[in-house]
Design a protein around this ligand. Sequence first.
Ligand code: PMP
Length: 447
Amino acid sequence: MTMKDKKEILALNAFALESADLSTFEDNLAELLRRREQIFGSLSVLFYQRPLHIVSARGCSILAADGTRYLDFYNNVPSVGHCHPRVTKAVCDQIQRLNINTRYLYRILNDYAEKLLSLFPPELSNLVLTCTGSESNDLALRIVRYFTKGEGFIVSSNAYHGNTAAVTEVSPASYRQGSLPRYVRTVPPPDPLYYGSDVGKGFAEAVAAEIQDLQQAGIPFAGLLVDTIFSSDGVYVDPPGFLQAAVDVVHEAGGLWIADEVQPGFGRTGTMWGFERHGVVPDLVTLGKAMGNGFPMAGIVTRPEYLRAFSEHFGYFNTFAGNPVAAAAGLAVLEVIEEEGLVENASWLGTKLRSWIQDLSTHYPVIGGVRGAGLYLGIDIVDPKDGRPDVRRATRIINALCEEKQILIGATGSLGHILKIRPPLCLQSPEAELFAEALEDVCRALL
Ligand code: PMP
């Protein structure tokens, strides 16, 4: 891959105004688009060659303004299902009663926090609440730096960890040009393509080499920050346990491990947390996205001693984080996950879906492979002639699924040739079958 092939994360499956023929769009879509582009300017981002104008959603279904229903195989924020009645009711009830900041006592916050922490290993006994995954990772970087007195971080080569100034610096996927700061080192994602058959050993050796490189440059090592399913790198989850050796290397060098659970957390991978797959307890866990099913909430779960070290230098207060409405949303999400058996659903249905796609790959060489855990899958789209990553075909599949089959998916990986599949966790078997059939039809048309 050359730098010219690399795609910045927001360019994946993005609408391109320059190449769009707005005269082929219905009047009201063209009008909405023009207004959007004018207001938001260069930073406007939309999905699809023909962006979707949507009006409502429920479960795994999204309704467009023209009456078309789309099956959502992409959105992991409304993770227990779009507009889940239990969550919307909890939010509505609470916002009519009390909404204020965390410098007062209110019971629902303690109830929520205790329930959340009960889902973690006991040593991770403290919680900091924020509003976004970016804020969580930003604060986690600061905590690790103050505790270790280090500066250097290691991330995967196409990592995305958020959008603050500090977090953008450790997010290679965000760069359109320029280079990473001197204190950031990257390692290739845990793919046998880079590391051979022993991914765990290879990944740990790569981390060790970068720690040494930092030290040789006179930059004290602070820690390793990884998304436990490497979602922006292309979804890498196997073999279970492969992170253990790298985490040992980090600890031996005096560093800490931040597990970014913004994508895999809350049941997505068929276990409550992505790190469970690795059998190793993180030093800090960052949360977000699915935590409030769309209500903006995020956080860090960690050990008290790390927060103590940070608090010698700074306090931390976040105006909106942990407000009573957020606590109500978060509590309802945890109850729904438990009562509806969504972790188990993600596990068994995800396994089924993966095996269907695996089957398809034996008939359609455009499918180079499928990886993932639970309801988070990555499907490699390749040129059937030579097996090389094929961004053009991936883009065609994504847009054909949307326009011809009314199914929404996305793209991932540094080139954008990997289909990103992550439906709400309330997905049912017939919907999964519908997706597999639609994917087959679209792949057949590409032969
Ligand atoms: N970490 C990961 C792995 C993410 O995917 C994202 C968002 N895509 C973030 C952090 C940042 O979360 P937010 O957009 O809520 O700030």
